[in-house]
Design a protein around this ligand. Structure first.
Ligand SMILES: Cc1cc2nc3c(=O)[nH]c(=O)nc-3n(C[C@H](O)[C@H](O)[C@H](O)COP(=O)(O)OP(=O)(O)OC[C@H]3O[C@@H](n4cnc5c(N)ncnc54)[C@H](O)[C@@H]3O)c2cc1C
Length: 430
């Protein structure tokens, strides 16, 4: 299938066959968005890999995900332009409202040349999975328990498999990464960084997620993301799915500051009545959505948001981390999956360019760590902005109103370093 040409110059071919010996094989742990993107990118460069996922199949998490221009570029580069368009709603701008009064605080149009999309996470997952031709390289129901790095190989110890060996290991195994813990323990000089940065901590926020079939009465939400911000609460509503090609949905993310999280597990059903009460505000539209959520057979789930401190390094020898395993972040800039996709693209490129895998891993770390850590920090700062109260909230509201009415392009400039980032140009320059 051919795709419309990307508006940028392509990355020059990297002669991966010359650089990468056929007997070298990259083992990827985790078939989340990061692991799948890496597998897809490696296959395009004819670099052999095996991908292992602990789950028996993909969990069909249908909730929404925002796909910002910085990664739309990457997905186009992987040849997925048309497929992405087919599953996505195009976001043209943002609207920020007060959670307490429902007053519009700011609204602006995006000015990026590359689309900003919103789609269902399960659709994006499926699209990445489908983009991998050789499905024999993907192994479900395989959980890595531990690994041992030796001079010439890495031994992998599995829950249900005999020990296997590999040349190099990429851990895309999410925020609770098993590999991250061992990697930080095994640093070259045996000195672990202070403060145990690898330890996962509850960030103090719970997120509720729901999805509803898109109805005509939600049309004021079409073409944008709407955010209500208030003391200890914020709500994000956006459509996903494509009006022409797939069923559109309305996606709802409701976040509350909550000091305690005692639940175990990932997909914990929420009490919809309690959620509706917690997030009731002055907005008639949000009220209707919450009523629809209560009446809908679609479940509402809750998540505790977990993070760990920025890591000083991601790679040790022929083992490296990718995505949430390396830099989990609060979802308040909608960039966690985006950073995982960027990581994957850069890592595949360096593996194709560089014969020495350790060097490739270090180059990858060097290219990625500063940007991902900065996005991690911005996401954390957004929590304070979204949930501000008292004088801080008054200053925020005044500032937003002023900028949005006089110089709205400033609001785009604030995120230009994230959305306008062109990885392919950056890699070309190196
Ligand atoms: C409420 C919310 C909203 C969000 N919205 C957005 C958004 O709009 N845009 C955005 O870019 N990001 C968003 N994010 C962040 C995004 O979901 C994550 O950053 C992203 O999914 C991370 O991908 P990953 O591949 O690194 O990890 P994961 O998706 O966590 O995948 C890790 C995989 O590894 C597997 N695994 C783990 N351990 C093992 C093991 N030992 N052996 C084998 N397999 C293993 C797991 O089963 C899993 O499949 C949001 C997050 C939340 C919580």
């Amino acid at each position: 299938m051919t795709f419309p040409p990307s508006p940028r110059p392509p990355v020059p071919p990297s002669n991966s066959q010359d650089n990468f010996s056929r007997k070298d094989e990259i083992t990827i742990i985790g078939a989340g968005i990061g692991g799948l993107t890496l597998a897809s990118a490696l296959e395009k460069k004819e670099i052999p890999f095996q991908l292992y996922e602990q789950a028996d199949s993909f969990e069909a998490l249908g909730y929404g995900i925002q796909v910002s221009p910085n990664i739309v570029r990457v997905l186009w580069e992987l040849g997925l332009e048309k497929e992405l368009e087919n599953i996505s709603h195009r976001c043209l701008g943002f609207e920020l409202r007060s959670f307490n009064s429902d007053k519009i605080l700011a609204k602006w149009q995006l000015n990026n040349k590359i689309p900003y999309y919103q789609c269902r996470r399960s659709d994006l997952h499926q699209l990445l999975f489908d983009s991998i031709q050789d499905k024999n390289r993907i192994h479900f129901s395989q959980r890595l328990e531990s690994y041992q790095q030796e001079d010439d190989k890495i031994s992998l110890y599995w829950q249900n498999l005999q020990c296997t060996t590999t040349t190099a290991l990429v851990a895309a195994d999410g925020v609770r990464s098993q590999v991250r813990r061992s990697l930080l323990d095994a640093v070259a000089d045996g000195v672990k960084p202070q403060n145990n940065p690898e330890q996962t901590q509850y960030a103090g926020y719970a997120a509720y997620r729901a999805i509803l079939p898109f109805k005509d009465k939600y049309r004021s939400f079409w073409g944008k993301a709407t955010v209500w911000m208030g003391e200890n609460h914020h709500v994000v509503v956006y459509p996903n799915g494509n009006q022409n090609n797939s069923t559109p949905w309305l996606n709802l993310v409701l976040v509350v500051k909550d000091a305690n999280w005692n639940e175990q597990g990932w997909n914990i059903p929420a009490d919809k009545q309690a959620v509706a009460q917690e997030f009731a505000n002055q907005s008639e539209e949000l009220k209707e959505i919450l009523e629809d959520m209560m009446a809908s057979p679609e479940p509402c789930f809750k998540w505790g948001l977990f993070i760990h401190q920025p890591l000083p390094y991601w790679s040790q020898g022929k083992v490296t981390l990718l995505g949430d395993a390396a830099h989990p972040m609060l979802p308040f800039q909608a960039q966690g999956a985006a950073m995982a996709i960027e990581d994957a693209y850069v890592l595949a490129e360096y593996l194709a360019r560089e014969k020495d895998i350790e060097k490739a891993f270090l180059n990858y770390q060097q290219t990625r760590i500063k940007r991902a850590t900065k996005v991690q920090q911005v996401s954390r700062n957004n929590a304070d902005i979204f949930h501000a109260s008292g004088v801080k909230a008054m200053i925020r509201n005044f500032g937003l109103g002023l900028i949005s009415s006089t110089f709205p392009s400033l609001l785009n400039q604030k995120t230009a370093w994230i959305y306008d980032y062109d990885l392919c140009v950056k890699l070309n320059k190196q």
